[in-house]
Design a protein around this ligand. Sequence first.
Ligand code: DX5
Ligand code: ZN
Length: 223
Amino acid sequence: MMNLLAPSILAADFSRLGEQIQTAAQAGADYIHIDVMDGMFVPSISFGMPLISSIRKVTDKKFDVHLMVEEPGRYVEEFARCGADMITVHAEACRHLDRVLHQIHDQGLKAAVAINPATPVSMLECVLDEVDMVLIMTVNPGFGGQKFIESTLCKIRQLRNMAQARGKTLDIQVDGGINEETLPRVLEAGANVIVAGSAVFKGDIVANVRKLKNVMETVTCGH
Ligand code: DX5
Ligand code: ZN
């Protein structure tokens, strides 16, 4: 399975957003991770559709839209229109999760489900066959720059085992507190799609992307 890097633009300098996305893309980013926060599901508010439409013009990279939004099913069609390639919804935010995943697929997009650090992997059993990717949150969602939560490593392993037991090739994404120290550990546990905000956009973007990609090429998944 391919290891992919998805820089989170939440940590970028918004006054130079287009330019910084292009820099990350040219340095080797695979996806662009876009964190949408509604001030309800998570305490903070980030940005929404107009911003996504604008940055759609600056790169061909796949837009990985992470909706930290209550009842995200209300907005799936709109996010599809403004340029999302894949949409991640939180299991905790959907009353009818199965329906929302179908809504995303009906738009021709990849569908993913995210779980918070306190939500068990068993929660995914009934929807695993409906998703292209699972996002194991490695911090409590809502802000960039937080510390990695250690107990999530065990959940990555559990999920990789659950997928393997079903013979399913599943992308497992991690998001929050990923840096040069935590990256090898999540890869070994079985994650292969890596979100990084601060570790990409704080400092030298090109050097940061190369460093992370280098780790991703050398560490192989423990499974
Ligand atoms: C957390 C967001 C993350 C965040 C990651 O709520 O979903 O994508 O921007 O930021 P870092 O990598 O700085 O922890
Ligand atoms: Zn995110």
